[in-house]
Design a protein around this ligand. Structure first.
Ligand SMILES: [Ca+2]
Ligand SMILES: [Ca+2]
Ligand SMILES: [Ca+2]
Length: 314
């Protein structure tokens, strides 16, 4: 499964800079450098996760306002982890909300070799573990730079194609707690952020495949279904987690079982103010149903009334 992730990742990176709505966000992949503020100034510093025979390590390259640079190594131990080669390999720097403190580091694993033995993420303050929390076992990306619940503190999210899809985690003191926004997904979709429902907190738009609605309609126990399946687009309230299905498909029971229909194949959403009223709307592009010779490109514009109610432009 993870080999597929690498392929999908390359596609996501290629399109990452195209979304204005995501301009202030940071999202890190496995073994990526973690850019943050570790000197209490505005110049970006870098933390790199690693390991040595004695434990897990962090290499911190600091850059100061007056031109000095410094590199320092820190060591930390994950409780119960005896093989340093299995140290965390991805993370993100998150401001604490207190200007006299450097960023926290939230570290996790691209592949959690202790899968199922939560917690799956640790918070390091001044490069020492201060807390842990349950997170995705196999995140493809971990990101920050968005305040989902409107309390003024930066939160984080993870997304993966390993079933848990997109999930938010809200800053709570020295740690993070799972937020209400969750979209099960078996495909790695880029997410887009902006104010959609008029309520405090940043909201989310993502395509999905073989995911939440699939589970709702065909798996009463809520267990994820993996493999090819319905595609669509969902808006999610960052504060409440309320899901709004934008790109429609319908489930029909023809007596031989459930089948699905949809208007756009491989839908890709973007957040844009389509009608110029100052409120973000959602534009979905993709290919339409195959007509026997080709699949025409299709665009659906969903106008937002400012409270998260969307209307498809005829
Ligand atoms: Ca927050
Ligand atoms: Ca909101
Ligand atoms: Ca608008």
């Amino acid at each position: 499964m993870r080999v597929l992730v690498v392929t999908a990742t390359a596609l996501v990176v290629a399109t990452a800079g195209m979304s204005v709505a995501n301009a202030d966000t940071v999202e890190n992949h496995r073994n990526g450098p973690i850019v943050g503020n570790f000197t209490l100034d505005k110049l970006p510093d870098t933390a790199t996760l690693g390991h040595d025979p004695l434990g897990c390590t962090i290499k911190v390259d600091r850059v100061y306002n007056y031109g000095l640079k410094s590199t320092k190594y820190y060591r930390y131990d994950i409780p119960g982890l005896t093989n340093p080669k299995l140290c965390p390999d991805m993370g993100v720097a998150v401001p604490t909300g207190k200007p006299w403190m450097i960023d926290d580091l939230v570290v996790t694993w691209f592949i959690n070799y202790q899968s199922g033995s939560k917690p799956a993420a640790y918070v390091l303050r001044n490069f020492t573990i201060v807390s842990s929390f349950a997170a995705e076992d196999y995140p493809s990306y971990i990101g920050t730079g968005v305040d989902f619940n409107g309390d003024g503190l930066a939160d984080i999210w993870e997304r993966t194609d390993e079933g848990e899809g997109f999930r938010t985690y809200l800053r709570s003191g020295d740690t993070f707690v799972p937020g209400p926004a969750a979209l099960h997904d078996s495909f790695l979709h880029e997410v887009f952020f902006g104010q959609l429902d008029g309520q405090p907190g940043t909201d989310i738009v993502s395509a999905f495949q073989s995911s939440y609605y699939n589970n709702l309609l065909s798996n009463p126990d809520g267990a994820p279904i993996f493999g090819p399946g319905p595609t669509g687009v969902m808006a999610i309230s960052g504060a409440t987690g309320k899901l709004t299905l934008l790109e429609p498909y319908s489930y029909t029971d023809n007596g031989a079982g459930l089948g699905h229909q949809f208007d756009i194949y491989h839908p890709v959403p973007t957040l844009v103010d389509i009608n110029g009223d100052g409120i973000l709307d959602v534009r979905v592009t993709g290919s339409g149903p195959y007509d026997g010779t080709s699949a025409p490109s299709v665009t659906h514009d969903f106008l937002n009334d400012g409270t998260g109610n969307f209307t498809l432009v005829p």
